[in-house]
Design a protein around this ligand. Structure first.
Ligand code: G3P
Ligand code: MG
Length: 346
């Protein structure tokens, strides 16, 4: 009959609801696991009255590592196996552009990690800001590569190289030199360093993995993130050219990212239960009204599933304030969110 008999047997009945989780500010804050997080996952993994297993995926705007590497970290931190098949980060959907652009600049993250991410997506020729600074240190007058950065950056003559697109994969570790290089390319002729387009119409396109202006870290107040860099790039481009630059942002709240998440959720549910049907309800739990709640609410209009947004108080959103985008439910933390959703389904 498929129901837990207390001997550890789990029901193999597929519930028709699933959970989608944001990571920073919901499970992780400042690198540490939020205390209630592990129990929330244990409940979904079968430690519940009905003995059912409720599928879930992680949809984070963060990034900077390959999906496989990030899932290994998460599995260790959360004490459950997290598969790359249930994990999407800001840059994951950008993999679909690997066939479109050959030589690309990849910005952000630690060391060489984002180069590796881009290569894992199949990008053929990945350039980093470090490569450009190694070529001509005067590109960024105040930046000195560390010995390790110098060693890892590629020796290359960029005189005749056209950079076809710019991808900001993760938070910049050095806004000054990254912004300098990004702006030079945006204003260049066909993405060639050292050139200036007179019409300002010949630069490469720029893609950001997400658009979070602030995010939740170990510090009491929120900190500026990739969306803030985007604002800075737009402002400097405008000040330099008098024109507006078109940027593309992925991640929540973009529809493209929720479309991608829908495919992942449906496949994950199929992997677990061999059930190809889309879930009736997706409980989406996040801490940032502008990306998680807005994204989930707007996607609800497009989706055949009900996207039910739940806002937690462990991250960007502060209890007692008025969120810019209203969730369907507000709870203290992710454990309460899971209990609420499961109770609503009983
Ligand atoms: O840099 C990551 C941050 O902006 C948000 O991550 O997990 O809250 O979507 P997350
Ligand atoms: Mg978050």
């Amino acid at each position: 009959d498929g129901v837990s008999d207390g001997s550890g047997f789990l029901s193999n009945v597929a519930p028709d609801y699933v959970f989608g989780f944001d990571l920073d500010g919901v499970f992780i804050r400042g690198g540490d696991v939020i205390p209630e997080a592990k129990e929330a996952l244990r409940i979904l993994n079968g430690e519940n009255e009905e003995g059912i297993r409720v599928p879930y995926i992680f949809l984070t705007n963060g990034g900077g590592k390959t999906e496989a590497e990030r899932c290994l970290d998460l599995s260790r931190q959360l004490d459950v196996a997290v598969s790359p098949d249930q994990f999407i980060c800001g840059h994951t959907p950008m993999s679909e552009m690997a066939t479109q652009y050959h030589t690309v600049l990849v910005v952000g993250g630690e060391g060489e990690k984002c180069r590796h991410v881009a290569e894992s997506y199949g990008f053929k020729d990945v350039v980093t800001p470090g490569d450009l600074i190694k070529w001509k240190p005067s590109v960024c007058p105040f930046r000195k590569l560390t010995d390790e950065e110098y060693k890892n950056s590629k020796e290359r003559d960029f005189t005749n190289v056209n950079i076809e697109a710019i991808f900001v994969f993760a938070d910049s570790r050095d806004w000054a030199s990254d912004a300098q290089i990004i702006l030079e390319l945006l204003m260049s002729k066909n993405g060639r360093m050292g050139t200036v387009s007179e019409t300002h119409t010949e630069g490469p396109p720029i893609f950001f993995a997400h658009n979070d202006v602030v995010w939740s870290t170990a510090y009491d107040l929120t900190r500026y993130g990739m969306g803030a860099l985007r604002i800075m790039i737009e402002a400097l481009y405008k000040a330099s050219t008098g024109k507006t630059i078109d940027v593309t942002t992925y991640g929540k709240p973009s529809k493209a990212t929720f479309d991608y998440a829908t495919r992942v959720l449906q496949q994950w549910r199929k992997d677990l239960f061999n059930d190809p049907a889309p879930p009736r309800t997706v409980y989406f739990v996040g801490d940032t009204p502008e990306s998680d709640i807005r994204g989930s609410n707007e996607y609800d209009e497009h989706s055949e599933s009900d996207w039910y947004s739940i806002l937690v108080e462990t991250g960007v959103y502060r209890s007692g304030t008025e969120p810019r985008y209203k969730p369907k439910k507000t709870v203290k933390d992710v454990l309460e969110a899971v209990k609420f959703g499961m109770e609503r389904e009983r």
